[in-house]
Design a protein around this ligand. Sequence first.
Ligand SMILES: Nc1ncnc2c1ncn2[C@@H]1O[C@H](COP(=O)(O)OP(=O)(O)OP(=O)(O)O)[C@@H](O)[C@H]1O
Ligand SMILES: O=P(O)(O)OC[C@@]1(O)O[C@H](CO)[C@@H](O)[C@@H]1O
Length: 306
Amino acid sequence: MIYTVTLNPSIDYVIKVEKLVNGQVNRVNEEHVYPGGKGINVTRILKSLDNENIALGFVSGFTGDYIIDSLQELNLKSNFIKVKEGFTRINVKIKSEEETEINGQGPKISEEELNRFFEIIDRLVDGDILILSGSIPACLDEKLYENIMKRVEDRDIKVIVDATKNLLLNVLKYKPFLIKPNNHELAEMFGVELNSTKDVVFYAKKLKEMGAQNVLISMGKDGALLVSENGEVFTSNVAKGEVINSVGAGDSMVAGFISGYLKSGSYEEALRLGAASGGATAFSSDLATREFIDKLVEEIKIQKIN
Ligand SMILES: Nc1ncnc2c1ncn2[C@@H]1O[C@H](COP(=O)(O)OP(=O)(O)OP(=O)(O)O)[C@@H](O)[C@H]1O
Ligand SMILES: O=P(O)(O)OC[C@@]1(O)O[C@H](CO)[C@@H](O)[C@@H]1O
């Protein structure tokens, strides 16, 4: 079974404001709500691509009820721990001349609630896949991803980590199957500027030397680059289209990549489906539909450059 983990889910409140002015009342021209959080986005795209999976994490309050209800409506399996204190956050995504995001804090998770989550992790078995996506809420130990990886180390479980900075660097010693920073996060992790594909390859290979089996670097409209477990380097172009809401493009790429890999065992196919899924989400208001992904996959060309 595939499990996604969203420690801090969100209701994504996506609004369009013609011209956002600070310090004034701004009126929206368009508004949408979606169940969000990186792992939940991965769950939704995996399911669209016919990969059964179970979403894990923590929810709380009336906003948490919305998350559970929405996942049920979408026919998605989940096993969230209900947290007593606080409420699941509402993340505001403002589409104006620029894209601005305001991400909330989320509920206060107690030790007892965290232990209940660990009990679920302890029941994973050989052959399962575990996808750890997004930030760790301030109330939890920032070593949580490391601790989860340590906990499953004795089993044959492929772990995927989509996180940034130290959260990501600190899990590398546990040899995650896949990591997916974007190019800005890659540059930030090494405190460098990336001026060419050569630079991206160099630092992606460094992450591999530090322990990651496969390193996927997403680069928004500039495509993506994969350093695979056997050291091959592939690049992907992007599909053509009009960006409507790029929130979740990275999560869609992770889901598409895993789905493509499970279907074909080929990293090229994985990258192709990942790139199509990311693009299809960027060109949609909500996350991508299966039909749109299938359409865009025809446009994706993978090149082996090394
Ligand atoms: N404007 C775009 N046009 C075509 N494809 C895109 C575009 N933006 C994103 N994609 C596709 O989606 C992939 C992931 O996007 P991106 O690099 O923006 O991820 P991210 O920074 O993790 O995104 P987010 O945090 O918003 O989910 C890209 O590598 C690309 O394949
Ligand atoms: O605050 P985090 O956990 O880093 O990111 C949360 C979030 O911005 O990520 C998803 C898009 O990738 C959204 O659905 C959600 O609002």
